[in-house]
Design a protein around this ligand. Structure first.
Ligand code: ADP
Ligand code: MG
Length: 243
């Protein structure tokens, strides 16, 4: 069963049409890059996937559960890292995690075990009692990822999770999420406007002006030559701009 099915999704902010007939699917355990320039509609799609916004047109199913008709079951399968940090800066790392575990209804014992495991995995064990305000951007993102994984989702959504980080932290975060995807057979939708975060083996979804204009292996889109994907990205996002 697919981790995510998006069919014919459309969304308007008043007169402004932000998404048009968006459809794609993600297999279980798959890493997909949702690539699109600023304003393409990436965050709008994430808002629909997480039910921040109600669906206006189309269907979304997470692990076979309709977001419209079975929202609780569907949302329980999702982990999310939003574009803007949603951590409480004045709580410690551990308190942020504990609060989220409680929201997901995890018992104290299960929560404690999972928090321990995630802190370990994100190499945050030493920082657990520090206020999030004291952490740098890369570490804050790791806390958000730890938090998103506490309820063991089948699909992790990340909206420009690496933006604002220095190049080394950006690469580190990208590698880290790929490893999580592989080791846990968890599907990942990695949203970005940065081409260098996409690898040839990725499932590439190119979003431009509210439409998915490419849905393929990244390697197939860019061809074999160096810089191929960059050229294809430029060509696709300029050629269709007036369509
Ligand atoms: P991205 O995340 O890819 O940068 P967004 O989903 O934030 O794109 O935005 C898609 C389009 O919708 C843009 O044209 C943006 O200006 C518009 N938009 C986003 N949020 C709102 C809003 N709250 N009200 C009106 N228009 C919006
Ligand atoms: Mg955005």
């Amino acid at each position: 069963m697919n981790a995510l099915e998006v069919s014919a999704v459309g969304f308007r902010y008043g007169q402004r049409e932000a998404l048009k007939g968006v459809g794609f699917s993600l297999a279980a355990g798959e890493f997909a890059a949702l690539l699109g320039p600023n304003g393409a509609g990436k965050s709008t799609l994430i808002a629909l996937l997480t039910r921040l916004y109600d669906l206006q047109l189309g269907e979304i199913a997470v692990c076979g559960h309709s977001l419209k008709h079975q929202p609780r079951v569907a949302l329980a399968r999702l982990g999310v890292v939003f574009q803007q940090s949603t951590l409480d800066l004045d709580l410690s790392v551990e308190q942020n995690l504990r609060y989220h575990a409680a929201l997901h209804g995890l018992s104290g014992k299960v929560a404690a075990l999972r928090i321990e495991r995630e802190l370990e995995r994100q190499q945050l064990g030493q920082r657990r009692r520090e206020k999030v305000r004291l952490l740098n951007g890369g570490h804050r993102r790791r806390v958000e990822i730890a938090r998103a994984l506490l309820h063991e989702p089948s699909l992790l959504l990340l909206d420009e999770a690496s933006s604002g980080l220095d190049p080394a932290s950006r690469n580190g975060l990208n590698r880290h999420v790929r490893r999580l995807c592989r080791d846990q057979n968890m599907a990942v939708l990695w949203t970005t406007h940065l081409l260098d975060e996409v690898q040839a083996d990725d499932h590439l979804l190119l979003l431009h002006q509210g439409r998915i204009i490419t849905d393929d292996r990244a390697g197939a889109v860019g061809g074999q030559e160096a810089g191929g994907l960059a050229q294809a990205f430029e060509r696709l996002t300029t050629a269709k701009a007036c369509a």
